[in-house]
Write a protein that binds this ligand. Structure first.
Ligand SMILES: [Zn+2]
Length: 324
């Protein structure tokens, strides 16, 4: 084997190489801010005011990043999450500004209500046979309105993260009904009930006042259920599938990558913070660890990787090219 690993032969034989257009940068836009606010649990990440978001995105474009995923933090919350589908809502404003400044940037929007509801759940809640919980069908109606308003503001891809049954089919019909058939749907098709979302809750201000999300996300031990979730979304008309989190779930990612649709993998806040904190303490080399984690996610089958390291990686790939 060593013959193939000599320094000049090895690069010719590399199977997986990371590039900038594999990456999607998640961004948090906060309607209550007038200056960027650091997210403490995610060193190096910020919540940005609406006024800054076009400049931030233009900077990413310059570094070679071609897609962003937008999360909004509204100025007010209510039980019905009404700010999520308001034409002047935070995401709607942000998308219009990004598209005005950088029209070719692919803008993906998070379609969910948990940042907009005062109880912190992903839709409409009510009494069920098993106590208070998320109500599936009334919440679908809300998701339709959110997705249509994002698309009308200029979003290229809507990404429902709410894990409601039937959401992909419901959004497809709603978008097509409004003449928005060119807008793609990136399904959060396989989303695990993971402890790794912890830092995101500070970032997006989406903690909840009761219960948890275990009744609508997949248990980490269940692979058949995880695969079935993605099959259902594919059959409902998703344009791309997703596995979230990424690094702990590469076996699932590899299997979903065989289903015939492009697959995104979401390297979530906890995956980011683990590497960042270890690097800050000098226990891991940040660049090497990040590049390895992303290369392995791509090797497992991801066509797109949503990662908070996107901007850093774009810079590192530059260095690498200059050296070669
Ligand atoms: Zn949610």
């Amino acid at each position: 084997m060593r013959r193939s690993r000599t320094r000049h032969i090895q690069p010719l034989l590399r199977e997986t190489t990371l590039s900038r257009d594999d990456l999607v940068a998640p961004l948090f836009v906060d309607e209550t801010l007038s200056a960027p606010r650091p997210i403490e649990s995610m060193p190096g990440q910020f919540r940005y005011p609406v006024n800054d978001i076009a400049a931030v995105t233009a900077g990413l474009w310059k570094s070679g990043i071609r897609a962003v995923l937008i999360f909004g933090i509204p100025k007010s919350k209510d039980p019905g999450g009404s700010q999520a589908c308001h034409p002047e809502g935070v995401v709607q404003q942000a998308v219009r500004r990004i598209k005005a400044e950088t029209p070719a940037m692919v803008v993906i929007t998070d379609v969910c209500a948990c940042e907009y509801t005062d109880h912190g759940h992903c839709g409409i809640i009510g009494e069920t046979r098993n106590g208070m919980d998320l109500l599936n069908d009334p919440s679908l109606e809300l998701m339709n309105r959110i997705a249509v308003s994002h698309a009308k503001s200029g979003a290229d891809i809507v990404a429902p993260s709410c894990m409601l049954d039937g959401v992909v089919g419901s959004l497809r019909a709603a978008l097509d009904g409004e003449g928005l058939s060119e807008v793609l749907i990136m399904a959060y098709s396989t989303k695990f009930a993971s402890a790794l979302y912890g830092p995101f809750r500070e970032a997006a201000d989406s903690g909840f006042t009761f219960g948890d999300r275990s009744t609508y996300q997949v248990h980490p031990g269940n692979s058949r259920e995880a695969i079935l979730e993605s099959q259902l979304d594919r059959d409902e008309g998703a344009d791309m599938l997703m596995v979230k989190p990424a690094g702990f779930y590469l076996d699932i990612l590899a299997e979903i990558a065989t289903m015939g649709l492009p697959v995104a993998a979401y390297q979530v806040s906890g995956e980011y913070s683990m590497i960042k904190c270890a690097a800050k303490n000098g226990w891991l080399k940040e660049k090497e660890t990040v590049l390895e984690s992303l290369t392995c996610i791509k090797r497992a089958g991801a066509d797109l990787i949503i990662t908070y390291f996107a901007a850093d990686v774009a810079g590192w790939l530059d260095e690498k090219q200059k050296k070669q």
